[in-house]
Design a protein around this ligand. Structure first.
Ligand SMILES: Cc1cc2nc3c(=O)[nH]c(=O)nc-3n(C[C@H](O)[C@H](O)[C@H](O)COP(=O)(O)OP(=O)(O)OC[C@H]3O[C@@H](n4cnc5c(N)ncnc54)[C@H](O)[C@@H]3O)c2cc1C
Length: 651
């Protein structure tokens, strides 16, 4: 279609189209016009994604929503007889229908520049094919493939459009004759979610519930790190270790089970059954919402296209929005590459046999959780931690309680210590550890590296859309979890600290809401709880006392020990305490720290209190059932005002 037919307002730079565009053909107004932005001499100043664009029915190339296209029973193409013929033959032709249901693909003659398609097919054909490819006309990519193959086969010159293609299955594999090309499947959807961890699958589910068509791309198993090799299997094993401990110490209360035996094969099989049940559940959740899962490795090939390498070949998915949720992977130290002797958490969660001794490098939460599990199983555990205490980032008064209990369980903790090198020795390892300027050599059967995790931002095709990560590998996102590239979102571990499953899921819900256009969809949380399943457990939410003071707040602190709680004593878990940090002025709870029994559960009440802006008095005045562990939180809130009835008064 000649440029003149687009209407004068579209040809002037910086001018918004105000009215439906006259086609210039038969004088009809066409409510939906596709404009190839790069093909115009002067880029258009309007944003076709905004409401103005929608109202006027003007869309940039690739951004016409699928709903519009799907509803359109007819589109007309001007200026290219072959394309029109082929498109009609592919089932997109037919009689013109009334009013709004019309779509026009309009391109100026001599157009250039819309990606590789236009390199091969300059002009109208390329632009039209490109548009169709992007917005999801299922049959047209076949035309493109045919035409590309024709060029590859030596026809060259002007593209050869085959005859009628009406009967084609748009989802069939298209690669046929060209030697270089493997099979290529083309599909389109509203949103592609890349990665099916707790961030990605939750986002996909919410998107589907909000009426979006979603394709999930996952290279491994549904559920991501969390369900398969992280939170869930670790907590299953930790609970088994805890049970073992309880059985061993039951003699103290007159119950003697004898020395418990561990059948590792059955234990790991049980753990896997928990994982399988949950990951199977995710599969059902997706299926029940008609969310398609493609198993394969995906990368961005454009802001609105993801290419997936699957076992069967390549799938290209065109879409309007992409959500990147590729998570994170275990980090290690130079020279400590993962293998038979150097485990990551993944190997530690599925051992073939229990090592007699284990050197844990990194005393963060994963190292301490797994280290304690192995210690409970009877493995001799040494923890090498570079900072001056285990669980760095956790308040010292909390981590001290765990360090004490870890030592009781036989774990040796070396702080301010660095693992420098290792070598295999007699079926085990010899590790050089440096502490206080001195080196010593430690022997163990295996090394467990838990020095942190790094975002999985490599090979995601970020360069294809001009995205860069920060130095740590995270993608920067805004309140909607959109990256700097419109329509490309990032959530979960990929989108920054804290790298926690529930933070990723919450981001997934925000991104889904933003994509679906829900008003107010934005990241707006006061606090994210953190939980550590050591023995005893640690949990905290909001600001620590130090953080609150550093932020300039005047605070009052309340505290209550589990040792004075009936329920804690009756379940033989009386170590630890709850600490509440409240604003001295208005009594608002600013932060809560806990160490003790079941605090990973108790922290939910504290998170709710902070999120709801409750005061310490609000919690203190809430009747808590007796005898329960949450009473400790209530008493700590009373103690903020010096009024805990069960606190012993001194002096
Ligand atoms: C041992 C361990 C214990 C943990 N315990 C807890 C805990 O108790 N509580 C907690 O909150 N957090 C815990 N975590 C952290 C938690 O697992 C992560 O924060 C969480 O899984 C992040 O979710 P995500 O969806 O961002 O990424 P992930 O769960 O890592 O999922 C990302 C998915 O994307 C896939 N993927 C990546 N790249 C591609 C690609 N190019 N194409 C296709 N697919 C791709 C991956 O295969 C993966 O399945 C633990 C982690 C570990 C290792």
């Amino acid at each position: 279609m000649p440029a003149a037919q687009l209407g004068p307002e579209l040809r002037q730079p910086g001018v918004r189209a105000q009215e439906p565009v006259e086609s210039g053909v038969q004088g009809r107004p066409f409510p939906h016009v596709v404009v190839v932005e790069d093909l115009l001499e002067d880029p258009l100043a309007f944003d076709p994604g905004d409401a103005g664009g929608r109202r006027q029915g003007v869309w940039k190339i690739g951004q016409m929503p699928l709903e519009v296209l799907e509803q359109a029973a007819e589109f007309e193409v001007f200026g290219l007889q072959e394309f029109e013929t082929a498109a009609r033959a592919a089932g997109f032709g037919g009689p013109v229908v009334e009013g709004e249901e019309q779509v026009v693909l309009g391109f100026p003659v001599g157009a250039q520049g819309a990606g590789e398609v236009l390199e091969v097919f300059p002009g109208l054909l390329g632009a039209a094919l490109y548009q169709c490819l992007l917005v999801g006309l299922q049959a047209v990519p076949d035309l493109l493939v045919d035409a590309l193959e024709a060029v590859e086969d030596g026809h060259g010159g002007p593209p050869i459009i085959p005859g009628p293609v009406a009967a084609r299955d748009p989802f069939r594999k298209a690669g046929r004759t060209a030697g270089r090309r493997t099979s290529m499947t083309e599909i389109s959807t509203d949103v592609v979610v890349l990665g099916a961890g707790p961030a990605g699958y939750v986002c996909a589910i919410r998107l589907a519930d909000l009426g979006r068509q979603v394709v999930v791309v996952e290279q491994e198993a549904l559920g991501g790190t969390c369900l398969n090799i992280g939170c869930i299997p670790s907590k299953a094993l930790i609970s088994a270790g805890h049970l073992l401990q309880q059985a061993r110490s039951a003699g103290e209360i007159g119950l003697d089970f004898g020395e418990p035996k561990v059948d590792l094969g059955r234990l790991i099989a049980w753990k896997q059954s928990v994982v399988d049940r949950l990951t199977g559940g995710v599969g059902q959740l997706l299926k029940s919402r008609k969310i398609q899962w493609i198993q394969g490795r995906g990368r961005l090939s454009a802001a609105n296209a993801v290419t997936v390498e699957t076992a069967e070949g390549t799938t290209r998915i065109s879409c309007r929005d992409v959500v990147l949720a590729s998570g994170s992977v275990p980090a290690t130290l130079p020279g400590f590459e993962f293998g038979d002797f150097v485990w990551s958490s993944t190997e530690a969660l599925a051992p073939e046999s229990l090592p007699g001794s284990l050197l844990v490098v990194g005393g963060g939460y994963i190292g301490m959780e797994l280290g304690m599990f192995y210690a409970h199983m009877g493995t001799r555990v040494t923890v090498v931690e570079a900072t001056d205490s285990i669980l760095p980032g956790t308040e010292a008064e909390l981590s001290r309680v765990v360090a004490r209990k870890a030592k009781k369980a036989g774990i040796e903790i070396l702080t301010g210590a660095f693992a420098r090198e290792w070598k295999e020795k007699e079926g085990g390892v010899e590790v050089v550890v440096e502490a206080g300027g001195e080196k010593k050599t430690l022997q163990a059967d295996r090394i467990l590296m838990t020095v942190g995790r790094r975002p999985a931002s490599e090979d995601l095709g970020l360069e294809a859309v001009g995205l860069k990560t920060d130095r740590a590998g995270f993608l920067e996102v805004d309140a909607q979890r959109m990256t700097r590239v419109p329509h490309v979102y990032a959530i979960g571990d990929l989108a920054g600290q804290p790298m926690l499953a529930h933070k990723g899921s919450a981001e997934g819900l925000v991104a889904a809401g933003a994509i679906a256009g829900r008003p107010g969809a934005a990241w707006d949380v006061r606090a994210i709880p953190a939980v550590i399943f050591t023995d005893p457990e640690i949990a905290y939410v909001g600001m620590s006392e130090r953080e609150a003071r550093e932020a300039g707040a005047e605070v009052r602190v309340g505290r209550f020990n589990f040792g004075a709680n009936g329920r804690a004593l009756s379940v033989r878990a009386a170590e630890g305490f709850v600490k509440v940090v409240a604003d001295a002025g208005d009594d608002t709870i600013l932060g809560v720290q806990m160490v003790g029994p079941e605090v990973t559960q108790l922290i939910a009440e504290a998170a709710l209190a902070i999120e709801a802006g409750l005061t310490a008095e609000d919690v203190a005045m809430t009747i808590h059932a007796h005898p329960t562990l949450p009473e400790v939180f209530m008493e700590a809130c009373e103690d903020v005002h010096g009024l805990s009835p069960h606190a012993v008064r001194r002096g």
